[in-house]
Design a protein around this ligand. Sequence first.
Ligand SMILES: [Cu+2]
Length: 276
Amino acid sequence: MTGNKAGVLFTVALLAAAGCGDKAPAAPAPAAGGAAGKAPAAAPAAGGGGKYDAAKSTASVKFTVKWAGAKPAPVALAFSGDTFCTSAHTTPVMGERFVVNDDTTVPNAFVWAAKGAHERMTGFPAPAEFTLDQHGCMYVPHVFGVRVGQEFSIKNSDGTTHNVHAKPSLCEQFNTAQAKDAVNKHTFEKKEKAIPFNCDIHSWMSAYGFVLDHPFYGATAADGSVTISGLPAGDYTFKVWHESFTAGVKELAGEVKVTLKDGESVSKEVTLTEAK
Ligand SMILES: [Cu+2]
């Protein structure tokens, strides 16, 4: 209906004008086919929708992310100019960006459900508190995800001042100086991909944050794997991102389709390629 479409566009424009950041999280968008004050439409047969039921969402996928190209040379982070940072490590710290394990697995890749039975679902469990730490003049973790509207803390565990500079594409940037033990809280109200976090004082500090409207995501651990569980049965497309090992290559990407039945645990390997 043309009238309904115009209404949806107007609502989207209002949400966009509300911006992102320090305000209270926006109310979740109504599920497709349902709206406040109206009886919700029946759940669509395909492509998600309906209310999430944890008891019935019992499938999981273990992803192992690999790199088939030449193994990048390790690059030590160039700590300099701050005696706290330069004395925080007794051995060279290798940049997370260039790590590929001997078995070709890749840590710090981000995996998320892009399409599938979770789409347009409501009622996902509230996320646990998330903290991005600055420890040893590094961000911990280096790659992470948060949910739309989730409050997350950025903490300074170091005995020096950091300056958190986040550069989202859709929300406003923020740029916050933090003395020792400072904690700042933020929210993002729109989905975002790979928001760069940098410290304006320590140029080697780098992290990337994703913002999603569902809980089916994660970053690969030191062994290059991540398990995403609690999935409703159905057909999915998962996407994979990595910041890339090569100067001039903006990012690496992967994609894998998987069909899940109730209670099923599946393992999938994904090989990264240069993003197009
Ligand atoms: Cu810093």
